[in-house]
Write a protein that binds this ligand. Structure first.
Ligand SMILES: [Mg+2]
Length: 201
C-alpha cells in the first residue's frame, strides 16, 4: 500500500488569517448622503469618518464598505463611476492614514432600467449577499464583527449575516465616538484583534 503523502494531512495555510471585520455602510455613514453620489468632486465625508476608520484599523478590524448602488440599475451612473469613486475614497482615507480594506457594492434594483441590473438580487441590502461574500473573501471572526449603518435595511442585512448591527442616524455627526464606544464595550475583544493584526495582514 502506498503511504499517503506527508502533506496530505496538513491543512493548507489560509491565504489570509481570520480577523474581525467592521462593515460600514457608505452613504450617510462615511459620507454625507447627497443621493446617488457618483462624482468624486461631490464627496463630503462625515465629520469624523477618517478618525473612525483609523480607530478600527488600530484595533485590528478589517474595514469593509458594503453599499447599495441602485443608481447603476437606474442608469444614473455606471459601474466604472462607482469604481472610480471608491478608488478616490480609498485614496482620501489613505492619505490621512486610514485604511479601507475593500468595497462591495450592489448595482441591482428591481425597478432599474439597465437590463443586466434590473432585478432583485441577494446582494441588495437587506439581503446579506455582500456581507457573506466579503466574509468568504476575507476570513472573518463573525462573533466579533459588526455592520454600522443608517437604515433598517442595514440592520436586517447584519441580522441575516449573523453579525451585530449598529444603527446610527443618517449623516452621522460623530462616527469616531460611535466606534470608540463600541470598542470600549468590547474591550475583551481588543487584544485578540490587535494580536491578529500583528500576526497577519
Ligand atoms: Mg446609508
Amino acid at each position: 500500500m502506498t503511504p499517503a503523502p506527508v502533506d496530505a494531512a496538513r491543512p493548507a495555510r489560509p491565504a489570509r488569517p481570520a480577523r474581525p471585520a467592521a462593515f460600514l455602510d457608505r452613504d450617510g455613514v462615511l459620507n454625507i448622503d447627497t443621493g446617488y453620489l457618483h462624482d468624486p468632486a461631490e464627496l463630503r465625508l462625515t465629520t469624523t469618518a477618517i478618525e473612525a476608520v483609523r480607530l478600527l484599523n488600530d484595533a485590528g478590524y478589517r474595514v469593509i464598505v458594503v453599499t447599495n448602488q441602485s443608481g447603476v440599475a437606474r442608469g444614473l451612473y455606471t459601474e466604472q463611476d462607482v469604481a472610480a469613486l471608491h478608488a478616490h475614497m480609498q485614496a482620501v482615507f489613505a492619505t490621512a492614514g486610514a485604511r479601507i480594506d475593500a468595497f462591495y457594492y450592489c448595482p441591482y434594483h428591481p425597478d432599474g432600467i439597465v437590463a443586466p441590473f434590473a432585478r432583485e438580487h441577494e446582494d441588495r441590502k437587506p439581503g446579506a449577499g455582500m456581507l457573506l461574500r466579503a466574509m468568504r473573501d476575507w476570513p472573518t471572526l463573525a462573533e466579533l464583527s459588526f455592520l454600522i449603518g443608517d437604515k433598517p435595511s442595514d440592520m436586517e442585512a447584519a441580522r441575516r449575516a449573523g453579525i451585530a448591527g449598529i444603527s446610527v442616524p443618517p449623516d452621522v455627526a460623530d462616527l469616531a465616538s460611535v466606534v470608540c464606544r463600541l470598542l470600549a464595550e468590547r474591550n475583551d475583544a481588543r487584544p485578540r484583534c490587535e494580536e491578529a493584526a500583528r500576526n497577519g495582514c
